[in-house]
Design a protein around this ligand. Structure first.
Ligand code: UD1
Ligand code: CA
Length: 456
């Protein structure tokens, strides 16, 4: 049986009160819609169709995925109307699974269960909720057979008391669906073509409605408001945290951990509270990350300690390095290994050689630094002349005295020593002491000015 998947993503999401289309709001760093697309492809269908409308091109551009078939729904006339727009794109397929772009936590295993257990022309995913407000209710007869779905706005008092709700997720035979959709009418409280009305039609034709439930009811929760988005964010973060702990990562508090991307980890990785990982992050064996640290697209080798309050972005941290607290490492930085980067140090687009130390209050930018270098507190590479950026080269075992300005382009030779407080504008030769400050003098006979006492 050839399976197609339709993801409904045309709604405006007015309750988000946003200019951004709802399905582009982010969950764990990625648009809601991308979560559903990933889950859809995990089921290995023949085709995945996304029905888009509100925010049109923006949605297509944001989720540029060549495997997708896009179908526009110009006017949002309801979920049934939306699925009807997708019918031409389902040509040649036997069954279609309908997913919602704003129900991002549904798991592939729960959907596979629905697919595997549905033998009739219509499978439906439902859940029981303590508070079913807002959802379509599943109406059953005395024998427990599903009769129809009634939307909240069309429900009687008795129907509103039903706690079994429609997740919106349905599996249908394409040929039957085509027929049923042609017969939908918008005679209801919202004046919309409801996909849910096909249930009663199927029942009328003697189709036994098959019902499956997801492993966890939270999988069925939709995002209609920012509050629901925040709730689902914590759910997903907790799932990710549990999975990492399963893989041997220590999280000092799994409730205060955020992964917005992918994380590859070695053994005995320890993450303190409020660590935020974004993009693609790799942490090798025995890596410790201190509280309140943000890592964005960073590769960290084994035996590295990143202390509290660091921000590291698009960088490589070689083995045995120690960073922070309060270090900022910007894109294009490579700490080769055993490096020390200390407090209030900013490094950008630079290589820091093996065992080199930049321990306090420095800016190092566009620099190639050899091994065994010691950079004194307050050293600044002046890499920008107002128009162009220039490079600084520092040889192995150089020693830069505190409060030095290295005015690029400039080279400091191997083993060179720079006297504290220097402004280096020309090459500092290897193995020699170079300094630019005037000699210290003492002025004999000088006295401090004194205030004269006024005579009264
Ligand atoms: C829908 C179901 C309801 C179910 C609930 C689960 C219907 C009539 N109701 O209600 O039974 O309990 O979902 O979350 O199906 N969309 C379009 N085009 C449209 C209208 C909607 O693409 O013209 C998309 C939306 O972007 C969204 C999804 O369909 O992804 C659901 O639409 P929404 O308006 O949120 O439906 P609900 O009122 O939540
Ligand atoms: Ca909804």
């Amino acid at each position: 049986m050839k399976l197609g998947i339709v993801i409904l993503a045309a709604g405006q999401g007015s309750r988000m009160k946003s200019r951004l289309p709802k399905v582009l709001h982010r969950l764990a760093g990625r648009p809601l819609l991308e979560h559903v697309i990933d889950t859809a492809f995990a089921l290995a269908p023949e085709r995945v169709v996304v029905v888009y409308g509100h925010g049109g091109e923006r949605v297509r551009e944001a989720v540029a995925d060549e495997r997708l078939t896009w179908v526009e729904q110009r006017e949002q006339l309801g979920t049934g109307h939306a699925v009807r727009q997708a019918l031409p794109a389902l040509e040649g397929l036997d069954r279609v699974l309908v997913l919602y772009g704003d129900v991002p936590l549904i798991r592939a295993t729960s959907l596979q269960h629905l697919i595997d257990t549905t033998e009739s022309a219509l499978g439906l995913m439902t859940v029981n909720l303590h508070d079913p407000t807002g959802y379509g209710r599943i109406v059953r007869d005395e024998a427990g057979n599903v009769l129809r779905i009634v939307e909240e706005k069309d429900a009687s008092g008795a129907e509103k008391a039903i706690t079994e709700i429609n997740t919106g997720i349905m599996l249908l035979e394409v040929a039957r669906l085509k027929e049923w959709l042609g017969r939908l009418s918008p005679e209801n409280a919202q004046g919309e073509y409801y996909l849910t009305d096909v249930i009663a039609m199927a029942v009328h034709e003697g189709v036994a409605i098959h019902v499956a439930q997801p492993a966890d009811p939270v999988e069925a929760e939709g995002v209609n408001t920012r509050s629901q988005l925040a709730t689902l964010e914590r759910v997903l973060q907790r799932w990710q945290a549990d999975e990492l702990m399963e893989r041997g990562v220590t999280l000092l508090d799994p409730a205060r951990f955020d992964l917005r991307g992918t994380l590859e980890v070695g053994t005995d990785v320890v993450l303190d509270v409020n660590v935020v990982l974004e993009g693609e992050v790799v942490l090798g064996d025995n890596v410790r990350v201190g509280a309140n640290t943000v890592l964005r697209n960073v590769r960290v080798d084994h035996d590295v300690a990143i202390l509290e309050n660091c921000v590291i972005e698009e960088a490589h941290i070689g083995p045995g390095s120690r960073i922070g607290p309060f270090s900022r490492i910007r894109p294009g930085t490579d700490l080769v290994g055993n490096a020390h980067v200390g407090n209030f140090v900013e490094i950008k687009n630079s290589t820091i050689g093996l065992g080199s130390k930049v321990n306090h209050l420095s800016y190092v930018g566009d620099t190639h630094m050899g091994a065994g270098v010691n950079i004194g507190a307050g050293t600044i590479t002046c890499n920008y002349d107002g128009a162009y950026k220039h490079r600084t080269l520092i040889g192995d075992n150089a020693f830069i005295g505190s409060n030095t300005a290295l005015v690029a382009p400039v080279t400091v030779g191997d083993g060179a020593t720079i006297g504290a407080g220097s402004v280096i504008t020309r090459e500092a030769p290897a193995q020699k002491l170079t300094l630019t400050r005037p000699r210290q003098v003492t002025i004999e006979g000088w006295t401090r000015p004194k205030k004269e006492k006024k005579e009264s």
